[in-house]
Design a protein around this ligand. Structure first.
Ligand SMILES: [Zn+2]
Length: 283
């Protein structure tokens, strides 16, 4: 039987401050309760007219800078929203208005744990409205032939994700697999604390492109060819973070998903393609 529950919002205000991982700008998010059917919506309070940017697939924009998620409406942008969206989706929060004071969501330790803690402290509240989840009726697969990355959404009565992380030849890490049924408890225990990771050899290129300005040794797992350059929180932190990212990207469906999503070596761009196909199949 599909999970039956009501829509959820926050019981109070949740606030997180920090530095954007790419821009290095200090910003804050104030996550506010919102009415049923509202969805997850950002508001840029630093811009004239305080424009709204809904966290839906229509808001995704792709810059030339590879593998980043940016949402935008007109000139108003929200950079790096995925870890906050992951926390909201992982905890089953359906309706919030997120006030953001600059161009990028605070990165903090580049996991979703600071958001999870702030949301749990504010409290989660059921609303007087039924949930309208989105089910997948038949398997949907998207792939990138060049990289061999692939993502499939399979029919399921629950929301589950499986991430298969594989590392390039010459790296010391064995392939890692993470599977979870996305419940608030499993999300918090299995993926929330996993931080963003990067290969050491990618860092100079990232900095050259003007990105990664807010990254520190404590907030990013750096993987070298023969060892970890910074201390991992858990040995399979990389795969767990990929599952965290996947859950955040799937939040752009705009409704709670009932599917088992299996991903291999994929990133934000392919996840967005899957979201588009899931929505196209549902209409
Ligand atoms: Zn991430």
């Amino acid at each position: 039987m599909p999970e039956r529950r009501r829509q959820r919002t926050l019981a109070g205000l949740a606030r997180v401050r920090g530095q954007g991982v790419h821009t290095g700008e200090k910003t804050s998010v104030s996550i506010r309760p919102a009415e049923p059917g509202h969805g997850l919506v950002f508001r840029r309070t630093d811009l004239e007219g305080k424009p709204l940017i809904p966290a839906t697939v229509e808001s995704i924009v792709w810059s030339k800078l590879h593998n980043r998620t940016t949402l935008a409406r007109g000139q108003a942008e929200v950079q790096t929203p995925e870890h906050l969206l992951s926390a909201l989706a992982g905890l089953g929060v359906d309706n919030v208005l997120v006030d953001l004071t600059g161009p990028e969501v605070p990165g903090c330790d580049n996991s979703s744990l600071p958001f999870v803690e702030a949301i749990e402290e504010a409290g989660i509240e059921e609303q007087d409205a039924p949930l309208a989840p989105l089910s997948v009726d038949a398997p949907i697969t998207v792939r990138d032939e060049e990289s061999g990355a692939e993502v499939t959404a399979m029919p399921s009565t629950r929301f589950e994700v499986t991430f298969f992380a594989e590392f390039p030849e010459g790296y010391f890490l064995e392939p890692q697999t993470v599977h979870l049924q996305v419940t608030p408890k499993a999300y918090r225990e299995q993926v929330a604390a996993a931080r963003t990771w990067i290969f050491a050899e990618q860092i100079p290129g990232l900095l050259l492109r003007g990105l990664g300005k807010g990254g520190t040794r404590e907030s990013v797992l750096v993987i070298g060819k023969s060892e970890f350059v910074t201390e991992p929180r858990m040995r399979d932190e990389a795969a767990r973070h990929k599952a965290l990212d996947l859950i955040g990207d799937l939040a752009l469906v705009g409704r709670p998903l009932r599917a088992h999503v299996l991903a291999r070596r994929s990133g934000h761009a392919l996840h967005a393609k899957l979201v588009q196909q899931i929505l196209a199949a549902a209409t």
